[in-house]
Design a protein around this ligand. Structure first.
Ligand SMILES: [Ca+2]
Ligand SMILES: [Ca+2]
Ligand SMILES: [Ca+2]
Length: 401
């Protein structure tokens, strides 16, 4: 295979977007070689009134900086123009996109952040062991959900999140869903057509590594699912949870399922406050034990409650799935309903944004809801995959359920 090398030009500052791409200054050249699904950051060292980048004759950017990214191998003809009366400039070059030297994995390769809200599965999924640091918990999350490991992690109550990525950029293919995420949602057996059971919708955010530093420090965009524009959906919601007070005397409830109904205090931006209860099924601390902070705050979009108590006595809750666009919302067998289109991305103001691809995915629990002995609603995930990369010789493998 041809060695992948990038040449930098005197008039173009080239920044390969992955550190594996060596930068060799050979003076004037007009060819670049990069792997597919990886970014090539190009920036003009010269300034002018206006700029224009074209790929195969089509204008792709009018900024001084442009990131080239291609799904498919092949040779692409690029032009760069500075449109300026005093110092016009024109440059033709090619980018040859090659197959990667080490085959990409379609699955998660990195977990960058794990900040769960308190919950009955926290410190259990993944397991906290005495002395574990945040870095240890990150590693455990990565070991759980990367590759085909398929081990569930919990994000806890509203707002808790995980951020992960792949070993390449996930391309936003027009008109197609781009990645899939596995959870543990199910429909109850008696009325599966009602799509109710355990649906704990997680909201998905995506980010493109625009500054090419390999870190999720770029702008985030929410994928607008079926509930995004509904009036009952709150945007810019915040909630703060406080570490449980070890001196507080536990207060049981009358059902016998809750050990302590005043366990973890919370307050939110709507002026509400309350407690996450502790139940008899999970004895460990529900507050993330590796964090030194005595309170944790989360911000985001909050979906309306989806749980209905069919018993009327707080003993049988059914959590109904939202239509589409959320994690851990429909059972895993419904591939399409667990798959996501990068084109659903919206900015802070709810305006659609056009992203060529994404490098980081964040999932957070989208509901603030407590359902009796079921406890707080919390999103779980066990893996994800890019829908545009196949394992060599294995077409679209499934993570076993
Ligand atoms: Ca797409
Ligand atoms: Ca970055
Ligand atoms: Ca779940």
């Amino acid at each position: 295979m041809k060695r992948i090398i990038s040449y930098s030009l005197p008039l173009l500052l080239l920044g390969g977007c992955t550190s594996e791409i060596p930068m060799v200054n050979l003076g004037i050249d007009d060819e670049y070689y990069i792997p597919r699904m990886s970014k090539l950051a190009l920036e003009s060292a010269l300034t002018g009134a206006e700029y224009r980048w074209k790929v195969n004759g089509e204008t792709v950017s009018t900024d001084r900086r442009y990131i080239f990214l291609a799904q498919h191998e092949g040779t692409y003809d690029l032009t760069f123009d500075i449109i300026d009366e005093q110092t016009p400039y024109h440059f033709d070059f090619t980018v040859t996109v090659l197959h990667e030297e080490v085959e990409y994995s379609p699955y998660i390769s990195r977990v960058y952040e794990y900040h769960p809200a308190p919950g009955q599965f926290i410190n259990e999924m993944p397991k906290y062991e005495a002395g574990d640091t945040y870095q240890d918990m990150l590693r455990k999350c990565e070991e759980s959900i990367s590759g085909t490991n398929d081990i569930m992690i919990s994000l806890g109550a509203y707002g808790g999140y995980v951020t992960f990525g792949f070993d390449h950029t996930v391309i936003n293919v027009a008109g197609e869903k781009d990645f899939r995420i596995w959870g543990n949602a199910f429909y109850e057996l008696t009325n599966p057509d009602d799509k109710g059971g355990s649906a704990e919708p997680g909201i998905v955010m995506v980010s493109y590594d625009r500054n090419c530093n390999g870190l999720p420090d770029d702008e985030w965009y929410e994928l607008a699912g079926s509930e995004y524009y509904k009036p009952e959906t709150l945007h810019g919601y915040t909630i703060t949870y406080r570490r449980p007070d070890p001196t507080q005397k536990p207060e049981e409830d009358e059902t016998g399922f809750l050990d302590n109904v005043r366990y973890i205090p919370w307050s939110d931006s709507e002026g509400n406050s309350g407690y996450l209860a502790k139940n008899i099924f999970h004895a460990q601390s529900y507050y993330p034990l590796w964090t030194a902070d005595d309170e944790i705050t989360f911000r985001g979009t909050r979906l309306a409650p989806n749980g209905i108590d069919l018993s009327g006595t707080g003993r049988y809750y059914v959590l109904y799935a939202y239509d589409w666009g959320y994690v851990d919302n429909h059972p895993n067998d419904f591939a399409d309903l667990n798959s996501f289109d990068i084109s659903w991305a919206v900015d802070r103001d709810g305006k659609p944004v056009s992203l060529p691809g994404i490098d980081f995915v964040r999932v957070y629990t989208g509901l603030s809801q407590y359902c009796g002995w079921l406890g707080e609603t919390s999103t779980e995930i066990s893996g994800a995959r890019d829908l545009h990369v196949d394992l060599p010789g294995v077409p679209l493998p499934e993570i076993p359920l």
